[in-house]
Design a protein around this ligand. Structure first.
Ligand SMILES: [Fe+2]
Length: 296
């Protein structure tokens, strides 16, 4: 359960010195405790993810200087990424304003939180930390399709802001880059960073009977609200990651025109027109909405 927003929460008070909000990672300043938190998180996911993470995630992770023992050094990550897909990782203090975020992505710079969560927050954090951003996102940036798709999202984000369609576009990012599932020959797999960096959601998204798993459809996703503070009620599934390549190249304007002014769908809605892979029981979210039973 990882809240992944890119809008700034801190406002001007949190504005760093540089206009693009980047800071030095300060890799040399991480403490032994901070590296130890990384190690705990890394080892937990490394055990869990075989057979759950998609092949592209596994391949990206193998090719990068990311290991259990230390928080990765962004300079070394960027060296490898740059050679493969022209991306680099830049450090930011936490959330950054949308326009700053999009500008980075449009230029193939991935802004990553430089801090690591505390040892007592392993399964919950409000702002994306280095584990979410680096472990979750960076391996996928080694894949040329994702590399192009996220850059296109940056360009599209700047445009959607002007068109008043940012909320709709952000849902596409949410249900793909953050919480996407993809079909592989051997079953459903995770490619979304919000899932793959979360122990509990890596299990919930694939194994639990509660959520819906629905074939991805762009206009449908644009109209679908999402849960920012809990497991998703619906996951959208690609037939193949190459579907994102198409999304990186098409003009969104006709789709914006199609959805503009139409009502939103709730996170758990299932429509007659959906390609439903799994119709969820919804028991997890229903239980959350009920007041706790009174016991005498
Ligand atoms: Fe993220």
């Amino acid at each position: 359960m990882t809240a992944v927003k890119h809008g700034a929460a801190a406002g001007d008070a949190g504005r760093p010195e540089r206009a693009d909000w980047t800071i030095d990672q300060g890799w040399e300043n991480y403490t032994a405790e901070e590296h130890a938190v990384w190690k705990t998180l890394f080892e937990r996911q490394a055990k869990l993810l075989p057979g759950r993470a998609c092949d592209e995630f596994v391949a990206g992770m193998r090719a990068l200087p990311i290991g259990a023992d230390q928080i990765p050094d962004f300079r070394r990550l960027s060296d490898v990424l740059m050679k493969h897909t022209g991306w680099q990782v830049v450090a930011v203090p936490g959330l950054v304003p949308d326009d700053v975020f999009f500008e980075h992505l449009a230029n193939r710079r991935f802004p990553a939180g430089h801090f690591v969560r505390r040892a007592d927050q392993l399964d919950y954090l409000e702002e994306p930390d280095v584990f979410h951003d680096v472990f979750g996102h960076v391996p996928m940036l080694m894949n040329p399709v994702i590399a192009d798709y996220i850059q296109a999202y940056g360009v599209g984000g700047l445009r959607a802001q002007k068109l008043g369609m940012l909320e709709q576009l952000a849902r596409v990012y949410w249900y793909t880059v953050e919480f996407g599932l993809v079909k592989q020959k051997d079953g459903l797999r995770i490619y979304g960073a919000g899932i793959v960096s979360s122990y509990t959601e890596s299990i919930f998204s694939l194994d639990d009977a509660s959520p819906n798993r629905i074939g991805f459809d762009l206009a449908r996703v644009m109209r679908t609200r999402y849960r920012i503070d809990d497991f998703q009620e619906s996951y959208f599934v690609l037939n193949h990651l190459d579907e994102l390549l198409e999304l990186a190249n098409i003009d969104f304007d006709p789709v914006y025109a199609q959805v503009k002014g139409l009502p939103d769908y709730l996170p758990g809605d299932v429509l007659d027109t959906d390609r439903v892979l799994t119709r969820g029981t919804g028991h997890y979210s229903a239980a959350k909405r009920q007041p706790a039973p009174i016991t005498l």
